[in-house]
Design a protein around this ligand. Structure first.
Ligand SMILES: C[S@@+](CC[C@H](N)C(=O)[O-])C[C@H]1O[C@@H](n2cnc3c(N)ncnc32)[C@H](O)[C@@H]1O
Length: 277
C-alpha cells in the first residue's frame, strides 16, 4: 500500500512483498558505490521517492553488491536469450521494484510481463514508469492458475525469477515450472535458489526476519528439476560464492565468499540456475 506524502510515498508491506524493498535498496546502494556492479540508477531514484525505514532491510554496501552481482548475471542470461529470440516473451516473475526491463536494451519485438502480488504491482505501477512497447504488469500470485492463461503461448519464452523460489513451497514451485514448460513451445528458466542450509539459516537474514516472511523451498540438486518436464535441461548451476564477477565485490565480500566457498555445506547455500526446455 502507498500513502501519498508531500515528497515521498509511504509504503506499508509485510511478509514476502516487503522483502522487495531490501533487494531494491541493495541495488541502490550498489549504484551509489564508487565502483558499481549493476549501475542501476533507477533503483536509487525509486529509493529516494519511498518513505520507508530501509535500515530494516539490514542491507549493507557489501550485501548490496552481492544482490547486484546476482541481478547482473540474470540480466546477461536474459539478454543472451533475447539476442537469439528477439520475438520472445519474457515472464519476469516476482518482479518487485526491479528495473530489469529498463536495464536491458530490449528489441521492440519483445513481449514483457512483470508479475508480482497485487499490492506490489500497485506500488510498482505508481513508482516506476512503464516502458514503451509490448509491456504489462500483472498483479497475481504466481501460484494462481489464471494469469498464465492470459499470456499467449505463441513464442519462445524466458521466465526470470529472482528472489522467488525460496518463498514458495516445493509443490507450488514444481507446479509453476510444470505450467511454464508445458505451455510454451521452447524457452529458458533463469532463477536463483537457496540450498537447505540457506533455508535453515533464514532467521539470520534481516530482510526475512524483519518482514515476518518465511522461506520454504530448498534446491540442493538442480538436476532434480529435469525430471519435472520432458526435455527440461539444467545448463548452468552457478554457486553464489563463485559467481562471475565475485572479485568485484568489496574486500569484506570477497573475504566472506572465499571462506564460504571452502566450508562444506556453506558453499552450496545459494545458486543461480539456467535451464532450457
Ligand atoms: C526478495 S523480493 C525480490 C523482488 C525482485 N525480484 C528483486 O530482485 O528485487 C521477493 C519478491 O517475491 C514476491 N513473491 C513472493 N511470493 C510470490 C508469489 N507467490 N507470487 C508473486 N510474487 C511473489 C514478493 O512479493 C517480492 O516482490
Amino acid at each position: 500500500m502507498i500513502e501519498p506524502g508531500a515528497d515521498r510515498e509511504k509504503i506499508i508491506l509485510t511478509g514476502a512483498p516487503e522483502t522487495m524493498l531490501a533487494t531494491l535498496y541493495g541495488r541502490a546502494l550498489d549504484s551509489r558505490s564508487p565502483h558499481p556492479i549493476l549501475h542501476d540508477r533507477a533503483a536509487d531514484d525509486a529509493v529516494r521517492r519511498i518513505d520507508y525505514d530501509f535500515a530494516r532491510t539490514g542491507m549493507t554496501a557489501t550485501s548490496g553488491a552481492g544482490v547486484a552481482l546476482r541481478a547482473r548475471q540474470l540480466d546477461r542470461w536474459t539478454a543472451q536469450f533475447l539476442a537469439a529470440h528477439p520475438h520472445a516473451t519474457v515472464l519476469h516473475l516476482a518482479c518487485g521494484l526491479d528495473t530489469r526491463v529498463q536495464r536491458l536494451d530490449l528489441p521492440p519485438s519483445v513481449r514483457w510481463v512483470d508479475v508480482d502480488h497485487p499490492e506490489v504491482i500497485a506500488v510498482r505501477d505508481r513508482l516506476l514508469p512503464a516502458p514503451a512497447g509490448d509491456y504489462r504488469t500483472v498483479g497475481a500470485s504466481v501460484t494462481d492458475d489464471g494469469w498464465l492463461d492470459d499470456v499467449p503461448a505463441d513464442r519462445p519464452t524466458v521466465a526470470v525469477f529472482e528472489g522467488l523460489t525460496m518463498y514458495l513451497r516445493k509443490q507450488d514451485g514444481r507446479r509453476l515450472v510444470e505450467r511454464i514448460t508445458g505451455r510454451f513451445p521452447t524457452g529458458q528458466l533463469l532463477f536463483d535458489c537457496y540450498g537447505s542450509l540457506g533455508i535453515r539459516l533464514q532467521r539470520f537474514v534481516p530482510a526475512v526476519r524483519n518482514s515476518g516472511a518465511t522461506l520454504h523451498w530448498a534446491i540442493d540438486d538442480p538436476r532434480e528439476l529435469e525430471s519435472w518436464h520432458d526435455g527440461l535441461e539444467c545448463l548452468d548451476a552457478l554457486r553464489s560464492v563463485d559467481m562471475p564477477g565475485v572479485e568485484e565485490l568489496p574486500r569484506s565480500g570477497r573475504a566472506s565468499m572465499w571462506v564460504l566457498a571452502r566450508l562444506p555445506g556453506f558453499r552450496d547455500v545459494g545458486r543461480i540456475l539456467r535451464y532450457r526446455f
